[in-house]
Design a protein around this ligand. Structure first.
Ligand code: ADP
Length: 362
């Protein structure tokens, strides 16, 4: 006799989401069970399309359902439904009600690759199927025109006071760099900085987004304060290079977010190491320094990104998609950061504890 849907669902009551620590049925992740003789096709709804545990969940489901009598084949399909953060749901007078998660990317100081990581996190999430926006909150030194290749594009408006975001590399993005003359120094007094950030964030027509990534100015100035007061953030990412001096600055950035009561989603160690032409890995800046600092500060570690000439060249050329296509190791490291970040966001939204982020060793 063929198995019934109920039998399949009962079995899935014993398969847990590895991070949310509840079973897939209780979490309402089992969306469809189709039985055709000895074949079963199951649709699982993930909390994020960038879920790094997709494979593990698929294997666990297949193993559990295959154990039922008469089952010859189990296939698992995935969909994703990103739910808004508790902060977003609870916010009163929310200026961005269509955005499910707002993720700020900050750094203790300039030049550590904060904008590069913000861009690649946004593009990486979009490549997994999420709807993503990217706001250049670095109103003093906007980098998105270059990093996202916006030079030849023109700003378009909607109605009297809304700006349409640029739609590039699968990401909707906006930057002050396209609203002012290029190369003009951007000098903002405190209240002007506040106003410029506010306008960029709230007068861009973002529409519905799973994730809005905000590239902050380096350091601990006015903009993070404005942002934390204005927007219901899911959390912040701090980018740091491994050296001691960089760690000291990153600690200050972490403390700033803590003071602003913005949850820390994690630390990314950029320029972690370098791979020479000889294939050897060189720890130029002392690989692991930012990771150790994250551990000391009790902040999750999201992964490391190597010093990579293609990453630099693709950034200058405004072609971030190539970072996920041309160099397998770079793509793996970036994807690792993207997956770990998406996990942290899901865990903050749904409860649970994230698995220890993986550190790739080649
Ligand atoms: P920040 O936003 O912290 O000021 P950027 O993201 O603008 O830093 O990066 C500064 C420079 O370093 C850019 O030219 C960028 O292309 C380069 N860069 C950043 N990360 C890496 C990396 N991992 N490998 C190679 N170049 C990098």
């Amino acid at each position: 006799m063929a198995v019934t849907q109920q039998q399949v669902i009962d079995v899935l009551r014993h398969v847990d989401d590895p991070e949310l620590h509840k079973d897939l049925v209780t979490l309402n992740m089992v969306k469809q069970v189709v039985i055709d003789g000895g074949k079963v096709d199951i649709t699982i709804e993930l909390t994020t399309p960038a879920c790094p545990l997709k494979e593990q969940i698929g294997n666990d489901v297949r193993r559990a359902v295959s154990a039922l009598p008469g089952i010859k084949e189990v296939t698992v399909q995935f969909t994703a439904n990103v739910q808004a953060s508790p902060q977003q749901k609870a916010a009163e007078n929310n200026p961005l009600p269509g955005v499910r998660h707002i993720i700020a990317v900050g750094a203790g100081k300039g030049g550590v690759g904060k904008s590069t990581i913000a861009v690649n996190v946004a593009v990486g999430l979009a490549r997994q199927g999420a709807t993503v926006g990217l706001l250049d909150g670095d109103i003093y030194g906007p980098s998105l025109p270059t990093l996202m290749g916006l030079d030849d594009l023109h700003v378009r408006t909607h109605g009297d006071n809304m700006i349409l975001p640029f739609d590039v590399h699968g990401v909707k993005c906006m930057t002050i760099g396209k609203l002012v003359e290029a190369e003009k120094p951007l000098i903002w007094r405190g209240p002007m900085a506040h106003g410029a950030f506010r306008q960029l964030a709230t007068q861009t027509q973002w529409g519905e987004l799973d994730y809005l990534v905000i590239d902050l100015p380096p350091g601990t100035g006015d903009v993070p304060l404005t942002m934390a007061q204005l927007l219901p953030l899911t959390g912040a990412v701090v980018v740091c290079t491994p050296q001691k001096v960089a760690q000291d600055d990153a600690r200050r950035a972490i403390r700033m977010f803590q003071q602003l009561q913005v949850p820390l989603l994690g630390v990314v160690e950029n320029m972690s190491y370098f791979i020479g032409d000889d294939g050897k890995e060189y720890d130029i800046f002392g690989r692991g320094g930012a990771q150790a600092m994250a551990g000391q500060m009790d902040v999750p570690y999201l992964g490391g990104v190597p010093i990579n000439m293609r990453l630099r060249a693709n950034s200058d050329a405004g072609t971030p998609t190539a970072n996920f296509e041309d160099d397998a190791q770079l793509a793996r490291e970036l994807q690792n950061v993207v997956g770990n970040l998406a996990s942290q966001v899901s865990v903050l939204t749904h409860g649970g504890t994230p698995l220890q982020p993986t550190i790739s060793v080649s």
